[in-house]
Design a binder for this molecule. Structure first.
Ligand code: 26Y
Length: 818
């Protein structure tokens, strides 16, 4: 039952040329003589956008007409990056636009650099949401992403004397061609206030949430086109506004200044993305952000549901809501409140609909990253929700009692409320109780989730826990970011791999073919030449494209162990100084990472890498055999330049700490070999590529657990290993930071006396593994074969596979062809 879609737009090269020029003239009020590069980028983007919008309208009509079930992806973060290339590929006009621009003396490569990254996320979790949107549309699944229209995304990073400095990310300064504001779908929500008992319209004396501060949510839509299909979904981001342009009551109370201030509070809610990716302790505004976007989104979903449906019982048949971690978990309580308080539905019925609607994805096992809100804060911000949470918990604990009578311990560990000096609401527990599915993001992670984090919940709700190993979109992370490799692959095995990544297996048969090996490595070399140019212009360091490019790119965090990498660099440097004839392949160590602004040790690690790098890069004695570069302002668009140029991918988190990782997949897909621990999705990458095509090192989860249990003493490892002791002491001395004595002391002390992530314990194994890397790299045919095998065997890690599993196993969602 699908209508034929026909475009009203001329897709030919002359047609597109005209469309671009029309946008330049009528949307931007520019002529071809005075247009800047940005104007051309905007006009070209708007031309592509018109094709996409046409399909979006057709898609929404089809979803409405078929009254299709939809999935709503709730996330505080969407790390979209640039949308230009993606839009051209999805609209199917990449080559045509390239020709059209050429005829006007322009090129896509120059124009795409004009775009400012859309960085409304911190890292893995936010980028995963963006990859999922791409796959949902590509698989023709009806979906809407919901989030916040932050005025400022993740901070911009600069280095001053090697230290991280944060600057605001004013991504909207010059506007974006991709978003559509929809004031007609604005909704009003409240926060704060109190609970009063009132008579409802049936004469029942019931609690009601009153007197809250009113906030207006205004939605901005970003169309999400699928690749090789007509489906265009959208991402709806809420901006907070004061409900009236100007609060005259406040004006009368306190004058103009007061009225403007009140308005500012409302508009503060969507002002800025919180830059922490692990902990955020009790920030009121963060809880308000979470509630604000969730409340707006649920009202929006209600409106859409009621257009096509009568009975609330059908809600779970038409609506699935996926919670991207616990950040939007307050939605569980808000949906219950809407049904029970606002629509007068009985508790049991309301709760039954709620728990058939939500599914929760957990992204971390780290205890410090599990969200908790103090009861007093909740009482202030969301008083009625707090009451409802206590009622949910009471009923939940009655079930625990029924199952395990008299088991007080079990009630304590399963309770949504953590007892203590101050009571805390555990959002993860709320999410598990309120959802019909709880999933981890890699096989190992899910196993640990069940066995270590939530064993009692797993026992209470058998079958609720499940695994969905993460994936990445091959459109951005191969087709768009690595055109040379994409072309080579299509030449060898044909196209089609963009929508069916398992097709890459067809490359395996050429892994031993010397001609293909040299073509493959020539692509890698050309990408390295490109990256070398970027390194030169960004930070003024010359690197040799023939050297091994050893890459660690990800958020800066102790558990990810960038400092383990640094210790190895120092060890290599020291070996070269002590033995100038040492035969090692030249290496360029490439880092890129942002540290949370309040995370002192992470910032110290950045400073340490920068200082050591500056020193090594200037040391003539080592003949350019080692270079250390730290590229500032890591972001999606920079990742798209580094990933295709990497030889080696560093994935060295302490076993059991990285839930999945997704950078590991991007790098391997582009032919980088992994050096990594048996952590997160590395385990499954090893399964796919085979152990002969990966460098595994470090302790296993079992070994980590055993060592911690026995009592880990980093000082023992420090004393027992002469080289390790020397490099740790070297950091602690003022040798690399003579201008700032003592500035690396905290890193050195942390390693010797604390080392919570077992860096020293894994040093020797890591260092040994790097010797194998060196030997393999020197054997060119062997390395080429391994690299090809990595690309060929990454099919599993397409986010299309991941989303296919979410759709069939969790959401029960069918595609709708447009
Ligand atoms: C509570 C708040 C401060 C917070 C904000 C962001 C907490 C966590 C985060 C982000 C977490 C995150 O990015 N987790 C990563 O998710 C990826 C996608 O599943 C995983 O691949 C990766 O291992 C995990 O660290």
């Amino acid at each position: 039952e699908s209508a034929q879609f026909t475009s009203a737009i001329d897709h030919s090269v002359p047609g597109l040329k005209k469309l671009i020029k029309n946008h330049l003239k009528f949307s931007l009020a520019r002529d071809t003589q005075t247009a800047s590069r940005r104007d051309w980028w905007l006009a070209t983007s708007k031309a592509a956008q018109s094709l996409i919008i046409e399909r979006m309208i057709a898609t929404q009509t089809a979803h409405h007409r078929t009254n299709a079930k939809r999935v709503y992806y709730f996330s505080l973060e969407f790390l979209m990056g640039r949308l230009f290339s993606n839009s051209l590929y999805s609209a199917g006009i990449f080559d045509e636009i390239e020709l059209a621009l050429q005829e006007m003396g322009l090129d896509t490569e120059t124009l795409r650099k004009e775009e400012y990254d859309m960085a409304l996320g911190n890292g893995g979790l936010g980028r995963l949401a963006a990859c999922f949107l791409d796959s949902l549309a590509t698989l023709d699944l009806p979906a809407v992403g919901y989030g916040i229209h932050y005025q400022y995304g993740l901070f911009k990073q600069e280095f001053r004397n090697g230290h991280q400095v944060e600057l605001p990310d004013a991504w909207l300064t010059y506007g974006t061609p991709w978003e559509i504001v929809r004031p007609e779908h604005s909704t009003e929500v409240q926060v704060f206030g109190q609970v009063e008992n009132v008579f409802d319209d049936r004469g029942n004396y019931v609690p009601r949430w009153t007197g809250g501060k009113k906030i207006l949510g205004v939605p901005y839509d970003i169309p999400i086109p699928g690749f090789g299909t007509n489906t265009v979904n959208f991402l709806r981001l809420w901006e907070s506004r004061a409900p009236e342009e100007f609060d005259f009551e406040a004006f009368n109370r306190g004058g103009y200044g007061e009225a403007v201030r009140e308005k500012n509070v409302s508009e503060t809610i969507s002002k800025v993305l919180y830059p922490n990716d692990k902990t955020e302790s009790g920030k009121e505004l963060r809880l308000v952000q979470q509630y604000f976007f969730v409340a707006c989104s649920l009202r929006d979903i209600f409106r859409r549901f009621r257009k096509d449906n009568e009975a609330w019982e059908d809600f779970p048949e038409k609506v699935a809501i996926q919670l991207n971690d616990t950040h939007p978990a307050i939605a569980i309580v808000e949906l219950l409140r809407l049904f029970h308080d606002e629509y007068g539905m009985a508790w049991e019925k309301a709760w039954s609909i709620v728990t058939k609607t939500f599914a929760y994805t957990n992204h971390t096992l780290l205890p410090e990253a599990l969200e908790k809100w103090s009861v007093p804060l909740f009482q202030k911000v969301l008083p009625r929700h707090l009451q409802l949470i206590f009622e949910i918990n009471k009923r939940h604990l009655e079930q625990v009692e029924a199952k395990w009578p008299g088991d007080v311990h079990r009630k304590r560990v399963l309770s949504i409320i953590e007892e203590g000096h101050v009571q805390m609401v555990r959002m993860a527990h709320l999410s598990v109780v309120g959802s019909f599915s709880v999933n981890g993001v890699a096989a190992l992670h899910t196993q640990l989730l069940k066995a270590e984090l939530f064993p009692e919940f797993d026992e209470m709700f058998p079958g609720k826990f499940n695994n969905k190993t993460n994936g990445i979109t091959p459109r951005r992370w191969l087709l768009a970011c690595n055109p040379r490799l994409s072309t080579l692959i299509s030449k060898k095995i044909g196209t089609g791999w963009e929508r069916d990544l398992d097709k890459l297996r067809g490359l395996e048969q050429y892994a031993n073919d010397p001609d293909f090996q040299s073509e493959f490595m020539a692509v890698k070399h050309a990408n390295k030449v490109d990256l070398a140019r970027i390194i030169k212009t960004q930070i003024g360091i010359s690197v040799n494209p023939a050297a091994l490019f050893d890459v660690q790119i990800k958020r800066l965090h102790e558990y990810k162990r960038q400092h383990l990498n640094l210790l190895h660099i120092l060890a290599l440097y020291r070996r070269l100084l002590q033995n100038p004839d040492l035969d090692i392949a030249p290496r360029v160590f490439i880092f890129s990472a942002k540290a949370a602004p309040g995370y002192d040790l992470a910032k110290c690690i950045i400073k340490a890498i920068n200082s050591v790098g500056t020193h090594i890069n200037a040391d003539k004695r080592i003949n350019d055999r080692l270079k250390v570069v730290f590229l500032p302002n890591y972001r999606v668009s920079l990742a798209q330049r580094i990933v295709p140029a990497a030889d080696l991918s560093e994935q060295i988190s302490t076993a059991g700490k990285e839930a999945s990782g997704t950078g590991n997949m991007k790098l391997a897909l582009n032919g980088a070999l992994t050096i990594g621990t048996l952590d997160g999705a590395n385990v499954e990458i090893r399964e796919e590529v085979g152990e002969e095509n990966i460098f595994i090192c470090g302790m296993t989860v079992e070994e980590v657990t055993a060592l911690v249990k026995k009592g880990y003493r980093p000082h023992d490892f420090y004393m027992a290993n002469e080289e390790l002791r020397a490099v740790v002491d070297w950091i602690g001395s003022n040798y690399f930071t003579p201008d700032e004595p003592g500035c690396l002391r905290m890193l050195c002390d942390n390693l010797i006396y604390n080392d919570p992530f077992l860096v020293l314990a894994d040093f020797q194994s890591y260092s040994d593994s790097h010797k194998l890397v060196d030997a393999a790299f020197k054997d060119k045919p062997r390395w080429a074969k391994m690299a090809i095998m990595n690309t060929a065997r990454m099919g599993k890690f397409s986010s299309d596979r991941t989303i296919g599993q979410y759709a069939s196993e969790i959401w029960k969602l069918d595609p709708v062809k447009v």
